[in-house]
Design a protein around this ligand. Structure first.
Ligand code: ADP
Ligand code: GLC
Length: 492
């Protein structure tokens, strides 16, 4: 395929700023596309936490003008760096007023009340920057609501701009729950014309819905797994947009995320007290002992550890877990949990740990090293999500021989194969109903397998560790979608 110029923007990118899997994806996909020969440029905000010295960022000459409708023209400083271990340029949009803050989206769980302007600014800055760099994109690729305005801009304010004359657009939906819904006044900042403020376009309940606009205007929409692409056309998972998404079903894709195995492989993982691989699992035992030590749990080899890492959000099934955990802790198991998010859950699980100090360890906070150590030292990894567009932790778990116990939804269903005791097929344990009793029953099944079916466990671990979800495969699938977009917009 011909080399494409691809402009990707996102609100978070690993390693510069991360709140969840979105950052893992936007840090890895551009490199995989680059490896296929494309010219990829990434754009994200210069939040306070983005360390200019550490990443050796260089200020580009001359400020960038960003039209913000009724607010007028705003100015951004642009810093340039590269994605680690690559030559992919990444540009950081600096503006003290919009991004000179500690949090990405909120402070202490309260969303900033100017998030509309902040991310309209980012989206518009990405477009303006392409012009400044004389980088004429073939593809502009937005991610989630934060940069969903890019496809809208392409069809409106840049519709006749020669710098964008060959560009088509893609929007990836990593999470449909968050849509960027704001007061309609944001239309005057977006300045794409009030004729777009209609029910089949940007308007919803007399407000503006940026993700909805992105879905309408993008040439293709990618939901990060096949299953999730199907699910978001149903009322159970559509968050009110199911009919609109169904209407645009012809341009909806479900490319599964890959995994950066340079970062997540037990044989080369520097966060671990001992390394291991499929041929020698001795190191995993050391990781388990160290994990038990870190969480002040009894250091025993022959008790299964169930690990959890993630945002403590309803999406992740923390309600089901809260209901089931009392029963789970009656089993002969240990639980370790790393997460932060909803305050009630932080208190609740900390309290459980205080009541069961020998069985349950909880760390409230965000720690990448500990996330790696939990993946490595646990026997099982629990993800009881109510919905899960893709999910990355279960895929990391497979690589570490830590068997996922998941609710069969979205990417969890697409990536995990249920254990079949008579054939020794499978690499995890799945349940279907979003109930505490289904969660309990499936954990019990996994724990029973651990105690009574040694051969089965060995097969499961082998199957899990052999499985691969490479970014190269995903990037090739994105190439196909990009090609589709271009033909869709300009004809074959
Ligand atoms: P989501 O994007 O919905 O949060 P994913 O499974 O796609 O879920 O990705 C979550 C990513 O964030 C993983 O890389 C996971 O290790 C990381 N993560 C989540 N919570 C924490 C935490 N408390 N500490 C360290 N890493 C975390
Ligand atoms: C979102 C989803 C998660 C997905 C990630 C990356 O945050 O919740 O399931 O893996 O984006 O696409």
């Amino acid at each position: 395929m011909d080399k494409l110029n691809i402009l990707i923007a996102a609100s978070e990118v690993v390693p510069f700023a991360k709140s969840g899997g979105l950052a893992d994806v936007t840090g890895a996909l551009p490199k995989a596309l680059r490896a296929l020969g494309h010219d990829v440029r990434v754009v994200m905000p210069r939040y306070y936490i983005v360390d200019r010295e550490k990443y050796n960022l260089k200020l580009l000459e001359g400020p960038l003008g960003v039209p913000m409708g009724v607010i007028g023209e705003e100015w951004a400083g642009i810093y340039e760096g590269v994605l680690p271990d690559s030559d992919v340029p990444i540009y950081f949009v600096e503006n003290e007023h919009y991004f000179g803050r500690k949090g990405l989206y909120d402070e202490n769980g309260i969303a900033f009340n100017d998030n509309d302007n902040r991310f309209i600014f980012l989206s518009r800055a990405a477009m303006q920057l392409a012009k400044k760099l004389h980088f004429q994109p073939d593809i502009i690729h937005g991610n989630d609501w934060h940069t969903a305005a890019m496809p809208i801009f392409l069809n409106t304010v840049y519709a006749h701009d020669p710098d964008f004359s060959r560009a088509a657009s893609v929007l990836s939906i990593h999470n449909l729950q968050h849509q960027g819904k704001f007061y309609k006044g944001a239309m005057d900042v977006l300045s794409v014309g009030w004729e777009h403020f209609t029910a089949d376009d940007l308007e919803e309940y007399d407000g503006i819905n940026l993700l909805k606009g992105g879905i309408v205007h993008a040439n293709a929409v990618n939901a990060v797994s096949q299953k999730y692409a199907q699910e978001i056309m149903t009322s159970e998972y559509g968050w009110g947009l199911e009919r609109l998404i169904g209407h645009y079903g012809y341009k909806l894709f479900g490319i599964l995320n890959g995994v950066d195995y340079d970062e997540w492989s037990p044989a080369i993982d520097d966060y671990l007290p001992a390394k291991f691989d499929i041929d020698n699992l001795e190191g995993k035992k050391i990781c388990k002992r160290e994990l038990q030590k870190q969480f002040n749990l009894p250091q025993k080899d022959d008790v299964p550890i169930i690990g959890l890492v993630g945002r403590l959000a309803e999406q992740k099934g923390i309600g089901l877990l809260a209901e089931a955990i009392g029963g789970l802790l009656e089993m002969d198991i240990q639980i370790v949990l790393l997460g932060a998010g909803e305050k009630w859950a932080e208190h609740y699980f900390s309290n459980i740990s205080a009541n069961y100090p020998d069985k349950c360890g909880v760390y409230i906070g965000y720690r990448n090293d500990l996330a790696h150590q939990i993946e490595a030292g646990s026997d099982f990894f629990l993800m009881p999500s109510l919905f899960e567009p893709c999910g990355l932790n279960q895929i990391y778990s497979l690589r570490y021989g830590t068997l996922p116990i998941v609710r069969a939804t979205g990417g969890l269903d697409d990536t995990i194969e249920n254990y079949e005791p008579y054939t020794d097929n499978g690499d995890g344990f799945k349940f279907y109903d979003a109930t505490a009793s289904a969660l309990y029953g499936t954990v019990k099944w996994a724990v029973d397998t651990y105690y009574t079916d040694k051969e089965g466990m060995e097969s499961l671990i082998r199957n899990a560790m052999q499985k691969r979800f490479s970014w190269e495969v995903a990037a090739k699938a994105y190439e196909d979608v990009y090609r589709y977009c271009i033909s869709q917009r300009f004809g074959a």
